[in-house]
Design a protein around this ligand. Structure first.
Ligand SMILES: [Zn+2]
Length: 283
């Protein structure tokens, strides 16, 4: 029987790649949402949902990753880097990657090219100053990015993005009709913890309300999807938010999922940077 499906060759004959990613948004997403309400700057409770991420969740997540010796990528708005320098240094020193995620989680689709560039560069300066290096990876904050964003990131020397949705293998981004060495590793909505669990009563999140999925159900979804990625030898990008997945019970679920993945010997757990470098060199 001929094989019509071209299997990806991963390093060390691994069968599939796993990119554990955390969007360390802190309160930026809530502050941005509150701004559309009169007096929204006083909505302190929703801000505190975001503060839970850097304050309580990240240290536990770092411990969990260390327990299983797993690398991860933390996409962090530069404002959160500025406000939590010790934590971000700790993430970096633990061997994880810190990626670009705007200054305060801006919607790039609403911004001009120059405005986007200013945010990217300002944030890179903060990364350089606090972590000692610039980000090489980018994940678009809320909403979409604009038609210029990929070209801008490529021009500014970024290696990769993890922002789109349309593939389960990494790929070279086409910019202005040219295939480039700017790599994309697309996450998925169904592999995003915020879509499963993100909730606020007022301002309503999600808008029509009704979400906070059962933990077992989410575990089964993530596991089933991982099993499929493993079967087909793909690049599994799990998109998590410390403020969401870092709650005590959900962390037990994440640990169970990590154990399931680690029960296979042939998984390549890697940062976004490592996967993108591999793809650039081999595909
Ligand atoms: Zn985010």
């Amino acid at each position: 029987m001929t094989e019509t499906y071209e299997k990806i060759k991963w390093p060390n004959n691994a069968r599939c790649a796993v990119m554990l990613s955390f969007d360390l948004d802190g309160n930026t997403i809530w502050a941005n949402g509150n701004r559309s309400y009169p007096g929204g700057e006083n909505f302190i409770r929703s801000i505190s949902i975001g503060d839970y991420g850097p304050k309580r969740a990240v240290p536990r997540i770092l411990d969990l990753l260390a327990k299983y010796a797993l690398p991860a990528t933390f996409f962090t708005p530069a404002k959160i880097v500025e406000e939590n320098p010790a934590l971000l240094k700790q993430i970096d020193q633990a061997g994880h990657e810190i990626g670009h995620h705007g200054y305060q989680h801006e919607r790039f689709v609403d911004l001009t090219r120059d405005e986007q560039k200013a945010i990217i560069l300002r944030s890179q300066d903060i990364f350089q100053q606090i972590i000692g290096k610039k980000a090489r990876g980018y994940r678009t904050p809320s909403g979409d990015w604009s038609r210029e964003t990929a070209g801008l990131l490529h021009e500014l020397g970024f290696l990769y993005s993890s922002s789109m949705r349309g593939d389960d293998r990494p790929y070279r981004t086409v910019i202005d009709g040219q295939v480039t060495d700017f790599i994309e590793m697309a996450p998925k909505w169904d592999l995003d913890d915020f879509v499963q669990f993100g909730y606020n009563l007022f301002p309503a999140e999600p808008a029509g309300q009704d979400r906070i999925s059962g933990i077992e159900q989410v575990y089964n979804n993530f596991k089933q999807e991982f099993d499929g990625y493993y079967q087909y030898g793909l690049c599994f990008v799990l998109l998590m938010h410390p403020q969401i997945i870092g709650k005590p019970g959900r962390l037990l679920m994440l640990e169970q999922l990590l154990q399931h993945m680690k029960s296979h010997q042939d998984i390549w757990f890697a940062t976004g940077e490592e996967i993108a470098e591999w793809w650039r060199a081999n595909y």
